[in-house]
Design a binder for this molecule. Sequence first.
Ligand code: NCD
Length: 316
Amino acid sequence: MRHLLSTRNLSRDDAVRILDIAEDMADVATREVKKLPTLRGRTVVNLFFEDSTRTRISFEAAAKRLSADVINFSAKGSSVSKGESLKDTAQTLEAMGADGVVVRHPSSGAPQTLAQSGWIDAGIVNAGDGTHEHPTQALLDAFTIRRRMHGSAARGRDLDGVSVVIVGDILHSRVARSNVWLLTTLGASVTLVAPPTLFPVGMGTWPADVRYDLDAAIDDVRPDVVMMLRIQAERMRAAFFPNSREYARVWGLDDARTARLAPGSIVMHPGPMNRGLEISAAAADSTRSTVREQVANGVSVRMAVLYLLLAGGGEV
Ligand code: NCD
């Protein structure tokens, strides 16, 4: 694997292999010394053109646990705000000897552009591009689901027979897109629930069922997994629903809906959460919630990805 840009082209075997390596990496996190020498002498640059807390810190922790040198480059306060192009930035990183570049960018396709440009030789990891994809988020979500479903017998397994309902701002969500491809590749069935205004056009080709009624979806699908998405107000330049209270009432995971979920089912959210809007505080903090596990698992999954890209981990 040279770059990780999307989950769309990952095969089932590739995906299972990444999740299995992430299990090995998670074992490292339980040791007294949480560090492997694997990427000693390699340089990973976190190139973030968009705000991020979790994802940037997670990649930084992952690279450091593999003993890489890490350079954090955020577009704010850099020459990018003076109009330097992506090409010039890439060539600067190349000159600094970056082996891996983790990119978050507000424009869909920016990481692909970097990977295909020839401006830089480094392995590129997409850490979220516009409303397009966020492959490591989908991988950590799949890892979290697989662990909750199969416990210590998770290695080698896929998500065959698991039903996942993804709810909310599908239109702006790169997390939803990457999850639709990855979870279905792994054998899960995916149902998307949102108000009609928050579905993108062209969704007819996605391997997912579409519903507008959350209560009906919970009762009919009896999902193993309910994944709530953040309302991405910063990407909304129009009114997509009447008001916050109405959205929470109709499409939010409130306490009553959480109580109706099947035994053993889980509640996920990629963060950051709007508590009281798409998810109630009680749902976010319930024993069904995997929100904190998702964050912890993110480090293991990103270690696996950096290992495969930069340590000559072989072809995925
Ligand atoms: C997501 C993102 O940035 O795409 N968050 C994340 O990576 N943890 C989802 C979101 O911002 O709602």
